[in-house]
Design a protein around this ligand. Sequence first.
Ligand SMILES: CC(C)CCC[C@@H](C)[C@H]1CC[C@H]2[C@@H]3CC=C4C[C@@H](O)CC[C@]4(C)[C@H]3CC[C@]12C
Length: 537
Amino acid sequence: MLSEFSEIQGQLKVLCEERSILLDTLRQLEAANIEAESSGIHDGDYQLSKHEYSGIGRGKYSEGSTTESSGDIEKQELEDVSDEDETSFHDTKEHFTEPAVICGSVRGVADHADNQKENENQLDDVERMHADKEDCFSRYAQIERRKKLPDPVEKEKGVSLWSMIKDNVGKDLTRVCLPVYFNEPISSLQKCFEDLEYSYLLDRAYKYGKEGNSLQRILNVAAFAVSGYASSEGRHCKPFNPLLGETYEADFPDKGVRFFSEKVSHHPTLIACHCEGNGWKFWGDSNLRTKFWGRSIQLDPVGVLTLEFDDGEIFQWSKVTTTIYNIILGKLYCDHHGLMHIRGNREYSCKLKFKEQSILDRTPHQVHGSVEDLSGKKVATLTGKWDDCMYYISGDFSGKLKDCNPSNASLLWKRDKPPPNLTRYNLTSFAITLNELTPGLQEKLPPTDSRLRPDQRHLENGEYDRANAEKQRLERRQRMSRKLQENGWKPRWFHQDSENGSFRYTGGYWEAREQGKWDGCPNIFGVFNEEFVDSSE
Ligand SMILES: CC(C)CCC[C@@H](C)[C@H]1CC[C@H]2[C@@H]3CC=C4C[C@@H](O)CC[C@]4(C)[C@H]3CC[C@]12C
């Protein structure tokens, strides 16, 4: 009896050890994967062997360790774990050439922020704003875009990350690939464009500024800066990490914008973007610094976003911190928190605080802030939620935010309703259109466009096995990227400023597209010489 007991005890011990090894592996995989994907988003093999891996003495990944390791060190270590690497995310920057139709009358939507008397009723505001939006849209070309993703060819599989790792126990853990099932059918190049969903706010800001209402201009810019976060609510899958040199174009005359992005570096992962609208240009590039906290992962975007109006007014800001919670157990969700300072080169600047969600918080996702003039005087107060709407009220209400409620404030932005029949990706109606090959588009695209990436296309079609096979093939290719870069590879459409290191669009993409001249755009998704990959590793 006793010996039986001690035998069971022994078995239990072994099981416990095995469990902790598994948990550890899981964490490393997740951290490396997030790191890899979030900015540029990669997927890849995780070379656990490189990172010393043993059940005992798991160091920084041990459960409950909340000591923050320095971002850089952490990143370095994560880089070692995964061959694929880093995380950088978007920035957006671009130009447009012909100023097109300018959105029509703004019909005094809360036109006089400076006019304290104006206490517009919320409903009125929404109606007016919608009329205003409609007005903008009717002046832009109407384009038929899809309303839903294709129906999946194969049945969805209930793969859990845990079962994936469990199945790999005893096998060579040095080369475990996360299946495509954890991805959403969007690349991070496309995800950058999601920030432009509410670009009509910039059209409106341009118009107000032109009419001499600079306060309304900055209020709409602030609403725009917040609106980019709305689509992240309920999204639990990782975007595809583009291959080095992968590009994405979005010609949306129906929104009056033209957007372009390119993955400009693989080590570290960097994406540069450039967008042109009517009367404005928006660009940026950024990298994500990742900190792993055990149960959560913190992403700190590095880099500056720039918005330039054709009349010379410029605004610059950086994105706030994003934390992804419950990466191991529980329901995964993300929160955005920190201070966003929108600096203008003229009269006004704006400070927005994204409040960190706390367990007891009954109203999460809050954003509050104020617009200041050159003397530092607060001239308007902003309040709202990043996943819902933003309001403003003239004057300084920052101390008494309760008075700044929707009944006496004016609406600046309201999020669009989610599409019917949500899939497990929870894409917004806008995101659903981003990977679509509209009729006639394929012939015009360069061979580097994200829409042509086979694994992403297969995932979108719900062909999971084919998607996985292609993903593994492209990941092998991705492994030569470091070598390529060391050998002097340069981005095709952006150049790096030697002073501040930021990437600016060099121009010429749309012109090349016009002529169908894609010289110097390699077939990055095609067949490649595997021998080269192996020798370059
Ligand atoms: C498999 C599981 C563990 C991973 C799920 C990860 C999802 C939730 C992560 C992966 C990459 C992340 C994105 C990476 C970069 C940015 C840019 C930042 O300025 C806003 C948040 C945003 C848009 C993140 C939102 C959350 C995100 C989509």
